[in-house]
Write a protein that binds this ligand. Structure first.
Ligand code: AMP
Length: 323
């Protein structure tokens, strides 16, 4: 697979790297890290990293405006995105050749070459593996970006971090002695108003019978805290490890786009199937969805409550069998 990807990169002089809409650090870091590595290896190639950015992740670098390119001679590499509808680039079908590099569970095939590894911690780790197993070059800036993406998606190695992850980290630390403290500053620094919103969420989280914690953040509330629809997504991981809560859900009203954005996290029950039923998807324990009303959001919460109930029942059966 690494060889095939390298060969395609070598073959095309124009390369566009895209990732999913609703950018996050892993998506942007894997995109920009790969772009820099390709430019380092092949200085004459034209490489574009496309999509809508977020001021929040400006420290990772900037995105490109796609100039007039001849799509019929260009390669598209899509990172961190399982399905076509979530690719933040409108021209997907026009490219001569397409490659997918993704760690989400499989949703659909839309590229010629697809490297999918849903047990991998992050798209950034996959790009790191590609760099270490192919002739692509790397430097400190590339590695720092990929480290940030990996650290972010694993929530600082809390999730999906296995022997491959740590052996890669060991390699990059030996080679570059990364200043992790400095890198985390960019990743985790946040404005005081977000911390205040976090306090509001803790105070106002409701919990269903079987352990779904949820909070409704209407646009009035978000405005009151000077926060935006992306804020809840930024802090959703901070609500792990609550005794009474197995699954937690942030429901944020996006008045501008007339949609309600949902962030879902779990410490046991599988949530991505429920998310898929509400115009969403994602990983088993970290998913997102979009609904059109608070009533629909409540239906989603009810469905998640049923998943929690099943999870609790199965856990009890397992515990009884092990006694
Ligand atoms: P988030 O809560 O936005 O951080 O998203 C968690 C995970 O769910 C990420 O892997 C996203 O790519 C995925 N995800 C979020 N929103 C959606 C959506 N509307 N459709 C499909 N996947 C989503």
């Amino acid at each position: 697979m690494y060889k095939k990807i390298y060969k395609a990169i070598k073959k095309y002089n124009t390369i566009v790297i895209a990732r999913h809409i609703g950018v996050d650090p892993d998506a942007m870091a894997s995109q920009l890290g790969l772009k820099e590595a390709i430019e380092l290896s092949f200085p004459k190639k034209q490489v574009f990293a496309v999509g809508t950015g977020g001021a929040r992740f400006a420290y990772l670098g900037s995105l490109d405006k796609l100039e007039d390119i001849d799509y019929s001679k260009a390669l598209l590499i899509v990172v961190d995105t399982p399905d076509k509808r979530r690719v933040d680039s409108p021209e997907v079908d026009q490219f001569a050749y397409k490659i997918k590099i993704d760690h989400h569970p499989f949703v659909e095939k839309f590229c010629d070459l697809e490297w999918i590894d849903d047990r991998n911690s992050s798209a950034s780790q996959m790009v790191l593996e590609l760099l270490y197993k192919s002739k692509l070059k790397r430097n400190r800036s590339v590695i720092e970006k990929l480290f940030i993406g990996l650290a972010s998606d694993t929530n600082r190695f809390l999730f999906n971090s296995d022997a491959v992850t740590f052996s890669l980290l060991s390699k990059i630390m030996k080679e570059y002695s990364l200043d992790i403290t400095k890198l985390y500053q960019n990743l985790y620094m946040r404005p005081l108003h977000e911390v205040r919103l976090q306090g509001y969420i803790g105070q106002n989280m409701k919990v269903t019978e079987h352990g779904v914690g949820y909070v409704e953040l209407t646009s009035d509330i978000l405005n009151k805290f000077d926060a935006d629809v992306g804020s809840a997504g930024n802090m959703v991981n901070n609500f792990n490890y609550i005794d009474e809560v197995f699954v937690w859900v942030m429901i944020s009203e996006d008045k501008k786009n007339d949609i309600i954005k949902i962030n879902i996290r779990s410490r046991g029950p599988v949530v991505n199937k429920v998310a898929e039923a509400y115009h969403g998807g994602g990983h088993k324990f970290a998913s997102g969805a979009r609904v059109t009303s608070l009533e629909e959001a409540k239906l989603l919460v009810n469905d998640l409550d049923r998943e929690c109930q099943k999870y609790i029942q199965n856990k009890e059966v397992d515990e009884n069998e092990n006694q």
